[in-house]
Ligand binder design. Structure first.
Ligand code: DOR
Ligand code: ZN
Length: 473
């Protein structure tokens, strides 16, 4: 037997345990995990002494802007940034141009992304109400990873693009969908058994409050929070949960920012409903108190809220109400982000800083490495039905592996990011605990911070039920 790769002397981390063992890789899969030395040469031997070996980490929420405004980011850069940051699989958001709204556009997008992918990728499908309810089943058959609905956003009637700065009365624009239409989308997605994931912000309330705050000339971060308050998220979360209970859909709250939203999800879970919630580093490591220092770079939607919310969200991770953490990587150029708070776009880079920030939290005693494995590998893999192919290190699993060095210390610098845009809220953050090797499909794509993977190495990830052929093509 010749092994493709052998990883020796490392400590393997699971969501409940750590143990010392060697990993043997053959044909893109993990062939064996054992503390005995197996016979046979290895083409490559990785010495992981003093390092921890984690299942390949997953970022379920990435906007690579490709195809679309690729001057901000493209798939080659976002997957290169993922590799650099210890991420082996990303799920690409569907609000591209064209969006992933039907089977044909799914194929087009897969073809577009495949040749650029440095890491593995899954594709989200988009829900556009009456514009594509009839295409939900075919997207499911194609192997989308889940369905996303941008609740409260208007849609351009010709291009199906989301209108970020919608004002009533605009031409060629379909106003935000009504609750009845959302209910129908849920019914449609419920038939597939896949996740219905929502950007949860009540647009009606935001329109009213924004007009009020702008009229009095409000310009500060506190004004922004007044115009997009916790209530905007909480109303949508509550409505969504209640409608999900009736339709039976698996309901997922994206990028939670309000502590009370976590309470609502927790209650629904206790009642036995399939309601889940994720959060992002900006809601864990930033609060309104950081705005003076960080500035407009940290403007995201939903906005980063208060310390109290931050604390409740941390608690949500520890008590396991929150399934996982993802980046909401949403790059804009530095020029675009430089301006007054109302007119600059929301979003920042995140895919490359996700893992270092979470490892640093381990160094600070906020959570354990096993909890990192839970929220960045095991739970996202289970939630999106790619487990146990991914999300766990065991024989038969895909050879996606992230090796981390918890002793390595360095400062995160914007100029070192691999994305096209360098917009980050974490420039100058001192971090202890870094990914030092990223292995995708049995091949090293990053070693000691240097990306050596090439475009085209990543492959499409579809749910296990799709892979098994349970879902017919
Ligand atoms: O801040 C954000 N930016 N939040 C979103 O949900 C979308 C994103 C973007 O695409 O720029
Ligand atoms: Zn997003």
């Amino acid at each position: 037997m010749t092994w493709d790769m052998k990883i020796i002397n490392g400590t393997i981390v699971t969501s409940s345990d750590t143990y010392e063992a060697d990993i043997y890789i053959k044909d893109n899969r993990i062939a064996a995990i054992t503390s005995e030395s197996l016979a046979g040469e290895a083409k490559e031997t990785v010495d992981a002494s003093e390092k921890y070996i984690l299942p390949g980490l997953i970022d379920t929420h990435v906007h690579s802007r490709d195809p679309g405004p690729t001057y901000k980011e493209d798939f080659y850069h976002s997957t290169k940034a993922a590799a650099a940051g210890g991420v082996t699989t990303i799920f690409e958001m569907p609000n591209t141009t064209p969006p992933v709204n039907n089977a044909e556009n799914f194929d087009l997008q897969n073809e577009n992304l495949q040749s650029k992918a440095v890491v593995n990728y899954g594709l989200w499908g988009i829900c556009l109400g009456h514009l594509n309810n009839q295409n939900i089943a075919e997207l499911h058959k194609k192997g989308v990873i889940g369905f996303k609905f941008f609740w409260g956003y208007a849609v351009h009637s010709k291009t199906f693009q989301l209108m970020y700065n919608y004002k009533p009365g605009m031409e060629d624009v379909i106003p935000p969908f009504h609750d009845g239409e959302v209910y129908e989308m849920m019914e449609e997605v419920a038939k597939t058994g896949q996740l219905f994931a929502v950007h949860a912000e009540n647009n009606d309330l935001i329109q009213t409050l924004t007009a009020r705050v702008q009229e009095r000339g409000g310009k500060s971060y506190e004004d922004l929070l007044e115009s997009r308050p916790n209530l905007a998220e909480e109303l949508t979360v509550q409505t969504g949960i209640e409608m999900a209970k009736k339709t039976g859909v698996r309901f997922h709250v994206l990028h939670v920012s309000s502590g009370k939203s976590v309470d609502f999800v927790k209650q629904a879970q206790e009642e036995g409903y399939p309601v889940t919630v994720e959060t992002c580093p900006h809601y864990l490591f930033l609060s309104n108190e950081d705005y003076d220092e960080v500035g407009p770079q940290m403007k995201v939607y939903p906005p980063v809220k208060y310390k109290k919310d931050q604390e409740r969200i941390w608690e949500g991770i520890r008590e396991e109400t929150i399934s996982h953490v993802c980046s909401d990587h949403a790059p804009h150029t530095e020029e675009e982000k430089d301006g007054d708070l109302w007119s600059i776009p929301a979003g920042m880079c995140g895919v490359e800083s996700l893992v270092p920030l979470m490892l640093n939290a381990v160094s600070e005693g906020k959570l354990s490495l096993s909890q990192v494995v839970r929220v960045l590998a095991e739970e996202p893999a289970k939630l999106f039905d790619i487990y146990p192919a991914k999300g766990i290190l065991q024989p038969g699993a895909d050879a996606d592996i992230t090796i981390v060095d918890m002793e390595k210390e360095a400062t995160l610098r914007r100029e070192n990011l691999h994305s096209k845009s360098k917009v980050t809220a974490y420039d100058g953050f001192h971090i202890k605990g870094w990914p030092v090797q990223t292995i995708v499909n049995g091949t090293t794509v990053m070693k000691n911070g240097e990306v050596i993977g090439e475009a085209g190495q990543g492959t499409l990830v579809t749910p296990v039920s799709h892979r098994n052929g349970t879902v017919a093509e």
